[in-house]
Design a protein around this ligand. Structure first.
Ligand code: ADP
Ligand code: MG
Length: 257
C-alpha cells in the first residue's frame, strides 16, 4: 500500500509547493512510483510539473464533487515515475460545495483508496487555509510533512498547526503521524537561519530532517519552465538538496539508517 503524505503548514509562502514538487520528483527519479495530488486551487504544483491547467479535462474537483473515478483524472508527467492529479481554480468553490455533502470529511480518503496500491508514495499539496479541502486531506493521509521557512517568527503558527493535527487525530484520523519537518530557504551565512534551525529542532526534537533546503534562485525559476528543479538545473544547490532530502526520506521510511 502506498503511503499518503500531506505537505502541510497553514502558513503561506513557506515552501509547501516547492517541497511537494521537488521532493516527489526526486523520489520518482530514485525509482519510486509516485502520485502527486494538487489540492490547492492555485494549482502551482500542477503548473510546476509543466501541466497547462486550462488543457486538463478532469481535476481533483470532479473527483471530489462529481464522484469521478480518480483513475480517470490521473495524468502521467514527462518526469520519471511521477503521475499527477491536477487542480484548477474552480476548486476554490469546492470549499463551500463540500459542506453540504454526506461524509464530507472522508471524500478524498475514499477517492484515493482505489489507487493506493499502485504507488509507493502519494503526496498531497495543501492550500494554506484550514477549510474542507485541508480537512479532507488530513483525514486521508498517513502523515504530514511540514515545511518551515528559516525566517523571523518561523515558529509562529506552529502551535496552531500542532493543535490542528491533534484535533484531526482525535476526531477524524487516529493514525495521522508527523512524517518530518523540513527547513526551507536556509541561508548558511545568516545567523538568523542558524538560530531558527536550533529553535525548530528544540521544538520538534527528532522529527527534523538533517537536510536543509537552501535559498536558491533556481528553485524559484524552475516552475516557470514547468519543470522540477532536478530537470531544470540538475547541479544547482536546490537540486542537490532535494535529492539529498529524498534520500534521507526514503532511508528513514525503509529504516536503513
Ligand atoms: P507555499 O506553497 O508554502 O505557499 P511556495 O513553495 O510556493 O510556498 O514558495 C513561496 C515562494 O518562495 C515561491 O515563489 C517559491 O518559488 C519561493 N521559494 C520556495 N522555496 C525556495 C527556496 N528554497 N529558495 C528560493 N526560493 C524559494
Ligand atoms: Mg503552495
Amino acid at each position: 500500500m502506498g503511503k499518503v503524505i500531506a505537505v502541510f503548514n497553514q502558513k503561506g509562502g513557506v515552501g509547501k509547493t516547492t517541497t511537494n514538487v521537488n521532493l516527489s520528483a526526486s523520489i520518482g527519479q530514485m525509482g519510486k512510483k509516485t502520485l502527486v495530488l494538487d489540492l490547492d486551487p492555485q494549482g502551482n504544483t500542477t503548473s510546476g510539473y509543466g501541466i497547462d491547467k486550462s488543457s486538463v479535462d478532469y481535476t481533483i474537483y470532479e473527483i471530489m464533487l462529481d464522484g469521478l473515478d480518480i483513475k480517470d483524472a490521473i495524468i502521467s508527467t514527462e518526469f520519471e515515475n511521477v503521475d499527477i492529479v491536477a487542480a484548477a481554480t474552480e476548486l476554490a468553490g469546492a470549499e463551500i460545495e463540500l459542506t453540504n455533502m454526506e461524509d464530507r470529511e472522508y471524500i478524498l480518503k475514499k477517492a484515493i483508496e482505489s489507487v493506493r496500491s499502485e504507488y509507493e508514495y502519494i503526496f498531497i499539496d495543501c492550500p494554506p487555509s484550514l477549510g474542507m479541502l485541508t480537512i479532507n486531506c488530513l483525514t486521508a493521509v498517513d502523515s504530514v510533512l511540514i515545511p518551515i521557512q528559516c525566517e523571523y517568527y518561523a515558529l509562529e503558527g506552529v502551535s496552531q498547526l500542532m493543535e490542528t493535527i491533534k484535533l484531526v487525530r482525535s476526531r477524524l484520523n487516529p493514525n495521522i503521524d508527523i512524517q518530518g519537518v523540513v527547513l526551507s530557504m536556509f541561508d548558511g551565512r545568516a545567523n538568523l537561519s542558524i538560530q531558527v534551525v536550533e529553535e525548530v529542532k528544540k521544538y520538534f526534537k527528532g522529527s527534523v530532517y538533517t537536510t536543509l533546503i537552501p535559498r536558491n534562485v533556481r528553485l524559484a525559476e524552475a516552475p516557470s519552465h514547468g519543470k522540477p528543479v532536478i530537470y531544470y538545473d540538475s547541479r544547482c544547490k536546490g537540486s542537490v538538496a532535494y535529492l539529498e532530502l529524498a534520500e534521507e526520506f526514503i532511508d528513514l521510511e525503509e529504516d536503513i539508517i
